[in-house]
Ligand binder design. Structure first.
Ligand code: RP5
Length: 181
């Protein structure tokens, strides 16, 4: 049921997994309530043509699934994991403890504390188990960072990221131009 709901939300938002090929990026989140935030990572990766999989995996509610997911990710072809969670957000850190893959953490703003709880839970990893933490609710940057990591060994993605940066610059300059007129 959850998978079906996930698929329909992603479809509604214009996100579709670009291919049937093995996913290179795994996007996991603690709850389907994180999806409105986490879909931004999927959208970015889709835009860059990177194959992804999206899964609900909770550190607290499905610890066995989290273990299996993280420890088998590399052998399934995953190269980067994006993990989002809110509240006592252990998922990104636990995933990073279970695999040598790079893990990007997205602090999701839960109903209280404005996301500070999620942010601190993810960013304050102890020495030895790194999680690259983006800003609260900023799954877009998580997607972009995943593309940059993959781009180091992928000439096509490298070129696309360069183009993205040029487009961003041109967009900002054109807005500045309009303001001047
Ligand atoms: C976390 O608890 C999830 O990542 C979510 O952000 C938060 C609330 O989950 P729900 O109660 O909405 O399922 O594990």
């Amino acid at each position: 049921v959850l998978e079906a709901r996930l698929k329909s939300i992603l479809k509604e938002e214009g996100y579709e997994n670009p291919s049937e090929v093995a996913p290179r990026v795994g996007i996991v989140m603690g709850s389907d309530s994180d999806l409105p935030v986490m879909k931004d990572a999927a959208r970015i990766l889709n835009m860059f043509g990177v194959s992804t999989e999206v899964r609900i995996v909770s550190a607290h509610r499905t610890p066995e699934l989290m273990y299996t997911y993280a420890s088998s990710a590399r052998e399934r072809g995953i190269q980067v994991i994006i993990a989002g969670a809110g509240g006592a957000a252990h998922l990104p850190g636990m995933v990073a403890a279970l695999t040598p893959l790079p893990v990007i953490g997205v602090p999701v703003r839960a109903s209280t504390l404005d996301g500070i709880d999620s942010l601190l839970s993810i960013v304050q990893m102890p020495r030895g188990v790194p999680v690259a933490t983006v800003a609260v609710n900023n799954a877009t940057n998580a997607g972009l960072l995943a593309v940059r990591i993959l781009g180091v060994g992928d000439a096509d993605l490298w070129t696309r990221m360069n183009q993205y940066q040029e487009d961003t610059r041109d967009y900002v300059l054109s807005k500045a131009d309009k303001l001047r007129k």
